[in-house]
Design a protein around this ligand. Sequence first.
Ligand code: UDP
Length: 310
Amino acid sequence: MRVLITGGSGFLGSHLCDRFIAEGHTVIAMDNLITGNTRNIAHLAGNPNFSFVRHDITNYIYISGPIDAVLHFASPASPIDYLKLPIQTLKVGSLGTHNALGVALAKGARFLLASTSEIYGDPLEHPQKETYSGNVDPIGPRGVYDEAKRFAEALTMAYHNVHNVDTRIVRIFNTYGPRMRLADGRVVPNFIAQALRGEPLTVYGDGSQTRSFQYVSDLVEGLYRLLMSDFTQPVNIGNPVEMSILEFAQAVNEITGNQAGIVIKDERIKGDPQTRQPDITRARTILGWEPQVHLKEGLIKTIEYFRDVV
Ligand code: UDP
C-alpha cells in the first residue's frame, strides 16, 4: 500500500510510520510541525519507502500518484496544546478532515480517522461503550478539541454514506510512550519529567479523577487491525485498567525511585473528565485485539526514552 499519514511526525503518527514501513508499505508523512517534530521520524530519512511533506492540511492537499490509505492523525491532542491553539484545533478537525477525506475520495483510498475518548466528554456512562453519545460542553475550554473530533466523526460517516468512502473510526483513549513531547503538559510526560528531576509530581485537584493508560504499541496494533478489517462503526482502542491520577503518581514515583512525593495543585481544566475507562468489547470481538503491555513495563520503556530528553 501507499499510505498518507497526516500528523505523521507527531507522537502517534511517527509510530504509525514505523509500523507501516515495517510491514513493507510506502509512507508519506504530512505535518505542519506545530506540535509534531521531525526528530520523531529522523531515523526514516533516506528510506526509499518514506517521504515527509511539510504542509498544513487545513489547506488543499495535493498528492501525486495513487494512495491506498489515508490515516488522519493531524491535530493538537494535549489539553494544554488545544487551549493554546483553539482555532487551529477546530480547523484541523473540520477543514483538515474535509481535505483528508477529499484525498481518500479522489484516490479511492481507505480512510481511518483518529478520534478520541474526548468525544464522550465528562462521561455519565461508565465504562464508555461506543454507543454512548457523550457529555460535552461545546463552549467549555475542551470543547474546541471535543467538538472538532465529533464533527470529524460526523463528516467521516457522511463521506462513507454519501460517497461510499471505505472509512474507519478509532476512538483512542489515553496513550503513552516514547516520543511524547516533554512539555506537552499531559500527565505522563509531566510526571516522568518531574520524577527524573527529583521533583514532586503535580497532581491536579484531589487526584481522584481516573484514567486508563495504554502503551503506544498496543494502540498501533489495534489501529493496524482496524484498518485491515471491514468494520466502519467507531471502535474504542484503550487499556481498560483504570486508576486514579493519585495512584498513577505513586506508580511513577515507585518505578523511578523518586523520593520527592507529590504536590496537590488546583490546576484542573474545567470539564476535566472525572472518570475514563474504555469498554473494549467491540475491539475484542471484531478485531480479536487485547492490550498486551502492563503499565509497569510500558512506563519503564517510556522512562528510558525520557532520560535522554530531560
Ligand atoms: N494531571 C495532573 N497533573 C499533571 C497533568 C495532568 O494531575 O501534571 C491530570 C489532569 O488534570 C487530568 C489527568 O491528569 O485529570 C490526565 O490529564 P492529561 O492532560 O494527560 O490528559 P486528558 O486525559 O485529561 O486528556
